[in-house]
Write a protein that binds this ligand. Structure first.
Ligand SMILES: *Cc1c(COP(=O)(O)O)cnc(C)c1O
Length: 302
C-alpha cells in the first residue's frame, strides 16, 4: 500500500446486527493509512498550504488513533511530527506495536513528559497560548478536537444527505462513536438526520463540555446515549471483545476495538426506541486493534 493524499468518498453497505438490518458507512475505506474520522478531521489541514510550518505537534495517549493518523499526515505533508506523551511503559518502548509502531515507522518523534498533565493543561482551552511552541509549529490538540475538523466532517454529512436522497430514505438515525465528540458534533450540524453518539472517554457531562467548546447552540447537539454499565476507556472487557467479534464476523468487516464496542452496546440497549433506518459509521482506526488484541491475550481474556 502506498501512502497518498487521496480521500475517496466512503461507500455505504448493508449490515446486520442483532437481527436488525442497518446501513454501514465505511469511513475506514477513505484511505489505507489516513482513514476514519481522523481523515475527516484533518482533511482541512491536508488541503491547506502548510509551507510556513516545519513541524506538526500533538499530544495524547501512546496508542491513540489520532497519533497514527497525524504521523501519516505529517509524512504526506513532508513535515516533522513531534508527539508528547506520558512516560511510556517499558514494555511498549521495547516492543512497539499497533498505532505506536506504525507512527514510528512514519517518522514520529516522541517526547515523554513526566509532568505531562501540567504541560498541556493550558493548551486544552482554545486560546493561542500554544504560540509558546514557536510559529513554525502546527499544534493539533489531543484527538484532533479542532474547529478545522468541521471542514472534513461536513463533507461526510453531505455524502450521507446525498446518499439518503438518492435512495429515497426519509427517516434515518445515525450512530457514531465519540471520543472528544468533535466528529459527532459537526456531523449533526450539517446533517438532515438525527445523530446518536456514545461517550467513550468520560461521561455525558464531559461530552457536553466538549460540544460547548466548539458550538454554543445546544439545540444542534447530537443525542447522547449512555450504556447501562460504566466502562473505563481503553480497558479490555470481555463483552467488548464479544460484540466486536460478533459484528465483525457476521458482516465480514473488521470493526474497531476501542470505540465501537461501547457504541454497539448502546445501540443494542436503545435499539427498540429507534425507528426508521439506522446507519452506523465505521470510523476506521483498525490499525489499533493489533495492540488491543495483544492486551486481551496478555490478560488471558481470549
Ligand atoms: C478518534 C476516534 C473516535 C473519536 O472521535 P472524536 O471526534 O474525538 O469524538 C471514534 N472512533 C474512532 C475509531 C476513532 O479513531
Amino acid at each position: 500500500m502506498q501512502l497518498n493524499d487521496k480521500l475517496s468518498i466512503s461507500p455505504v453497505q448493508k449490515m446486520t446486527f442483532r437481527g436488525r438490518s442497518c446501513y454501514l458507512k465505511r469511513d475506514d475505506l477513505i484511505n489505507p493509512y489516513f482513514n476514519g474520522n481522523k481523515a475527516r478531521k484533518f482533511d482541512y489541514f491536508l488541503n491547506t498550504d502548510l509551507s510556513n510550518y516545519t513541524k506538526v505537534i500533538s499530544y495524547g495517549g501512546n496508542q491513540s488513533n489520532a497519533m497514527f493518523s497525524l504521523a501519516a499526515f505529517a509524512k504526506i505533508k513532508n513535515l516533522q511530527f513531534h508527539y508528547y506523551l506520558k512516560p511510556l511503559p517499558l514494555f511498549l518502548k521495547k516492543n512497539p506495536a499497533g498505532n505506536f509502531k506504525y507512527a514510528l515507522e512514519f517518522g514520529m518523534n516522541y517526547i515523554e513528559l513526566p509532568d505531562y498533565e501540567n504541560f498541556f493543561q493550558k493548551m486544552s482551552s482554545h486560546d493561542k497560548t500554544y504560540n509558546l511552541l514557536g510559529e513554525d509549529s502546527l499544534l493539533i490538540r489531543q484527538g484532533g478536537a479542532e474547529k478545522e475538523a468541521e471542514y472534513g466532517v461536513k463533507k461526510m454529512a453531505e455524502e450521507i444527505n446525498q446518499w439518503a436522497e438518492e435512495n429515497s430514505i426519509k427517516k434515518l438515525s445515525i450512530f457514531i462513536q465519540s471520543g472528544t465528540g468533535t466528529t459527532a458534533l459537526y456531523l449533526q450540524k450539517h446533517l438532515n438526520f438525527k445523530v446518536y453518539t456514545t461517550p467513550n472517554i468520560g461521561n455525558t457531562e464531559y461530552l457536553l463540555k466538549q460540544f460547548a467548546l466548539l458550538e454554543n447552540d445546544n439545540t444542534k447537539y447530537p443525542v447522547i446515549l449512555e450504556t447501562e454499565n460504566k466502562y473505563t476507556f481503553g480497558k479490555p472487557y470481555k463483552e467488548f471483545y464479544n460484540i466486536w467479534k460478533e459484528i465483525s464476523e457476521e458482516n465480514n468487516v473488521e470493526f474497531e476495538l476501542l470505540y465501537d464496542p461501547k457504541t454497539l452496546i448502546a445501540l443494542t440497549e436503545h435499539n427498540k426506541n429507534i425507528d426508521g433506518a439506522i446507519m452506523y459509521i465505521h470510523s476506521g482506526g483498525v490499525i489499533g486493534n493489533e495492540s488491543m488484541l495483544m492486551r486481551y491475550k496478555y490478560k488471558k481474556m481470549i
